[in-house]
Design a protein around this ligand. Structure first.
Ligand code: CDP
Ligand code: MG
Length: 751
């Protein structure tokens, strides 16, 4: 099956992973053997210290390019000519010719669907037209994006076009980051933000217009917003709702709103030669690297855009291209620019900058560059044919991100990126027959493939009692809905009758996964909320530790100093506590191989979550040195993700028997502290199933806190012995699990 092929599809990725893991593992072994390696490697020179700034950013752009760009900026054209050229740019966009028609259509209709090729100006221009038409005087003009990166970068672009400071008249809001002010008229935001806003303000009264951008992506939150806003436009006839799509299948959106008008922006596209792989590609990274080099070394000027499934593949691709290019004598300049959602935002904006004379730009991207970000000057597209999708995995009872073949619609969007500013070429690293037989026409909407507990929680708190009656454009499969309701029930967010509990109501207040919210709320009852607030904040930020190239061992040694041997969660707590003790200093973080920026973000998230806690009268209490209670509290929210020790750093999920491994970077890994039971935050599938962020727990806790799953088996031995042995006697109550689920189903049907 393709998904599996894709997962192991690149020997290059595998090689990089293995090297990384072997290094980590080896290093740990040496430590255990009492080697002085750590000390030897711990010596640092001043030079290293300076190098780190760059390393920390993980950015590997050609330095020549960077210098040149800075120079360009310094020489910066006057403000006037800048605005002028921006004006010209705006008027050159395909949407400009349709402006009058569009504005009239919007005036005459509450809901309009607009279709236009990527780059026609939908995202950047529509909101400006609306503002210029005066809609901004009656309320804000909101524009939703399925991706954070798009929301941020487009807001920046539009604030530049208008000539105002970002965060003033033009701003953006993403989770834990609100860059708007009282003055804000144009607000870009993720669809998740607007969805949460409907909780407070069900008629979205602050907005005069809402543009639901990138509707073709069919993200979970956009799909739910569709259902909610459909009712809002029926109640508010002063609200303008504009749905935009980059693909032609807009009829569905129009039908959903009762047959509203569709406007097609006449496109301006250039021919793209589509070239297919002649035979099945064994290794898409290898193949993409070769193709990129061939284009760079032998083809006409023009930038390259490579599509890869995720961050890891992007990094490996960049590394390989750079390494192989270095081996070529006098190779022409190439600026390699990665782009993926976790890339720091200042580096993300680099992809929009024009490469200097004589330097070719090569952007290596996830499907983020498919329709949400428009890059000018791309002439060559190299498409690996894969993307990462979040899919509910019944084997582990959670969503997991996995690599899947893209759909035909994705493939065509990707190729199209080569023909925006001139004729181009698309190299597809898959065969025509694979395209025809193995790729779906369009991607399955997220609502039909992921866990919906967040959505269920949200809709329930919006008093949508019968979820099956909610107006979904494509209703989620009953199984998904049921699984989600079940996972809310085990978290005690919902009762047997499907009503939200008090705890469930509280959980909705926090912009996090239900289990995380539950952990935080429970910590107030268990008197360790001060600690848990920190842990939850640390878990809400992507990467805390960094391992600069060439100094991996130093970084690992440093990291180990923070380890709390029984818990990765507590290790995070320890890092934050130390950072706080050292005055929240950047320099302290950097010195300890910790991302200073990430830590500042953690602090910010923490204070935002604290505000929510205050507003809900949830008290901050510290447990002092009694850290066991913190572990128990983690167990109270994550008992559904519990695993039992099986071998050296090898566990199996108690309920499903699925193997899960401690990651070599885990504090629990090879530390001689082999706990019989652990709970984990999430499972990450790379070369194996790794538990990401694990904590040792007691068997009794699992039985006490997760009685629907676990019970303590009474053995024939004496009671006292049995008590000692509870751990190995803990058994999963799978039969019970299914019975509960059936019961819920019956109830739901009876409702
Ligand atoms: O949304 P749509 O794909 O229709 O187009 P858009 O994102 O509004 O892009 C219109 C133009 O703005 C393109 O030519 C982009 O290159 C430019 N743009 C930019 O230079 N920087 C950004 N961050 C976003 C757009
Ligand atoms: Mg757009």
């Amino acid at each position: 099956d393709m998904a599996v092929v894709a997962r192991e599809g690149s020997h290059l990725i595998k090689k990089h992973r293995e090297q990384k893991e072997r290094k980590k593992a080896m290093h740990k072994d040496w430590e255990l053997a009492g080697s002085k390696m750590g000390q030897v490697l711990g010596v640092k020179s001043k030079d290293d210290e300076e190098e780190r700034e760059d390393d920390e950013t993980n950015f590997k752009a050609n330095s020549q390019f960077k210098v040149h760009l800075d120079k360009q900026k310094a020489e910066g054209s006057s403000n006037f000519s800048r605005t002028k050229s921006i004006k010209e740019q705006r008027e050159y966009l395909p949407i400009y010719a349709s402006r009058a028609d569009l504005c009239q259509l919007i005036r005459e209709n509450s809901v309009v669907v607009i279709v236009g090729e990527t780059g026609s100006g939908k995202t950047t221009q529509l909101v400006q037209y609306l503002m210029e038409e005066g809609y901004g005087e009656r309320g804000m003009i909101g524009c939703t994006q399925p991706r954070r990166v798009a929301a941020m970068s487009v807001a920046k672009r539009v604030s530049d076009e208008i000539g105002v400071e970002l965060g003033q008249e033009v701003g953006y809001a993403i989770r834990f980051e609100d860059c708007t002010s009282k003055k804000t008229v144009i607000k870009y935001m993720t669809d998740g933000i607007l969805l949460r806003e409907t909780l407070r303000e069900s008629d979205v009264d602050h907005y005069s217009c809402i543009v639901m951008d990138e509707a073709h992506e069919r993200s979970l939150n956009t799909d739910v917003l569709f259902g909610i806003l459909r009712d809002v436009v029926a109640r508010r006839n002063d609200l303008k709702l504009i749905v935009t799509s980059a693909t032609m299948d807009a009829g569905k959106f129009s039908d959903f709103f009762g047959g509203v008008p569709i406007y097609n922006i006449p496109g301006r596209t250039f021919p793209v030669d589509v070239l297919w792989a002649k035979s099945t590609v064994e290794d898409y990274v290898e193949s993409a690297v070769k193709q990129a080099l061939q284009v760079h070394l032998s083809m006409d000027e023009g930038d390259i855009l490579i599509f890869m499934p995720g961050q890891e593949a992007i990094e490996v691709t960049c590394d390989e291209i750079r390494t192989r290019l270095d081996e070529v004598d006098e190779s022409p300049a190439l600026a390699l620019l990665p782009i993926y959602s976790q890339l720091p935002s200042d580096l993300q904006s680099k992809i929009f900058e024009k490469a200097p004379e004589g330097c070719r730009k090569c952007v290596v991207a996830t499907n983020i560059a498919e329709t949400s970000l428009t890059l000018d000057g791309i002439k060559y597209v190299i498409d690996a044919g894969y993307c990462k999708l979040k899919v509910f995995n019944p084997k582990i009872g959670m969503d997991s991100l996995q690599v899947y073949p893209i759909s035909q619609a994705n493939a065509n969007q990707r190729s199209g990126r080569a023909g925006r500013t001139g004729a181009g070429t698309a190299f597809r690293l898959y065969t025509l027959s694979q395209y025809k037989s193995e790729m779906l026409l369009t991607t399955v909407p997220e609502i039909q493939r992921t866990n919906l507990s967040n959505v269920v929680l949200l809709l329930k708190s919006l008093n949508v009692d019968d979820l099956l009656k909610f107006h979904f454009m494509d209703p989620p499969p009953q199984d998904n809905m049921l699984n989600s309701m079940y996972s809310l029930w085990i978290l005690n967010a919902m009762d047997n009758t499907g009503k939200l509990t008090d705890k469930g109501r509280l959980m909705v207040e926090f912009p996090m996964d239900p289990a995380m919210s539950k952990m935080l709320i429970t910590s107030c009852d268990m008197n360790c909320s001060e600690e848990m607030l920190t842990i939850v904040s640390m878990l809400s930020v992507p990467t805390i530790f960094f391992r600069p190239r060439g100094r991996e061992e130093d970084a690992d040694t440093m990291r180990e100093k923070f380890n709390v041997p029984e818990s990765d969660h507590m290790t995070y707590l320890n890092v934050y506590t130390q950072w706080k003790k050292n005055g929240y200093k950047d320099s302290w973080a950097t010195k300890h191989f910790i991302h200073a920026k990430a830590m500042r973000k953690v602090r910010e998230v923490r204070s935002q979550l604290k505000e929510i806690m205050d507003s809900q009268k949830l008290k901050l209490v510290s447990c002092g040195a009694a850290w066991d209670i913190v572990r128990k509290c983690i167990c109270a929210a994550y008992f559904h993700a519990a695993a039992k020790l099986k071998g050296l750093s090898e566990y199996v999920n108690i309920r499903t028997g699925m193997p899960c491994h401690l990651h070599p970077t885990s504090a629990l890994y090879g530390m001689g502290y082999a706990s019989d039971y652990v709970v984990y935050h999430e499972l990450i599938m790379t070369s194996k199933e790794f538990m990401h962020v694990a904590t040792a727990v007691e068997g009794e806790w699992l039985a006490e806190l997760g009685p629907m799953f676990y019970s303590i088996k009474k053995s024939s031995k004496s009671r006292r012995e049995a008590a000692d042995k509870t751990m190995s006697n803990l058994e999963a109550m799978d039969a019970q699990f299914h019975k509960d689920k059936e019961l819920m189903e019956k109830r739901r049907i009876a409702e």
